[in-house]
Design a protein around this ligand. Structure first.
Ligand code: SF4
Length: 222
């Protein structure tokens, strides 16, 4: 695996390629980002951004959402997919916020993951972007890109989060995650566009492909 210095150099290169990387979910406060992030599971940020304006108008805070029923919520979030499970989770989450936190979103990982429908990735998104607490969310893009680059080595998002946070200063965590997500969406896709990658010269996957290329060519010519 790469050294901490290499990890920083790679993130420097990728941040130059994707300046200003940030979450693409629209939100005005921690409550809205928490709701939007729960809705984004198995969906796209664009799709979520289409439903949240009306949702937040009707349910502007945890108090309003806690009074809703899942069946009232379902038609409002239907297009994001998994709407039955998400409706239940959102109402239960809002009720837990009212019961345990006075309606506020806690700026604490343990308290966040104790809320219904909130996993570590969602908690890190909210902590880092809305509550000023550095977090490094690991989604499928971060998992794929970090392993290819050689800056992490695991299929387990919690392990990858630990490896990346150990190599980076806290004030870089949130932006590093946003940068790796954007890189995974635009360049290091499932079929990677390595010719367009600013970190190509430091990438483990690319160097392995390059070393393998002559062998593959010789094999292909046989
Ligand atoms: S060189 Fe290719 S595999 Fe490596 S990070 Fe860039 S796009 Fe991904």
């Amino acid at each position: 695996m790469k050294t901490a210095g290499d990890v920083r150099s790679i993130l420097d290169a990728l941040e130059s390629q994707h300046p200003g990387a940030d979450t693409e979910l629209n939100f005005r406060n921690a409550y809205e980002l928490l709701v939007a992030t729960i809705l984004s599971a198995q969906s796209t940020d664009k799709r979520v951004n289409l439903v949240t304006p009306a949702l937040f108008k009707k349910y502007p805070d945890a108090q309003a959402l806690a009074k809703a029923t899942p069946s009232q919520l379902q038609p409002k979030i239907h297009s994001t997919g998994f709407f039955r499970a998400k409706s239940k989770a959102l109402v239960a989450m809002a009720r837990a916020l009212m019961k345990n936190h006075g309606g506020s979103v806690p700026a604490d990982m343990d308290a966040l993951v104790a809320l219904p429908g909130v996993g570590r990735k969602t908690a890190n998104v909210v902590l880092g972007h809305a509550l000023g607490v550095p977090g490094l969310p690991v989604d499928r893009h971060v998992l794929r890109v970090a392993n290819r680059l050689g800056i992490a080595e695991s299929d387990d998002p919690v392990v990858v989060e630990q490896q990346l946070t150990a190599a980076l200063p806290r004030d870089r965590w949130t932006r590093s995650s946003d940068t790796l997500i954007l890189h995974g969406r635009r360049v290091c896709r499932p079929t990677p566009l390595c010719d367009q990658c600013a970190a190509q010269h430091l990438c483990l996957f690319y160097s392995q492909q390059s070393h393998d290329a002559p062998r593959r060519v010789r094999k292909a010519r046989r």
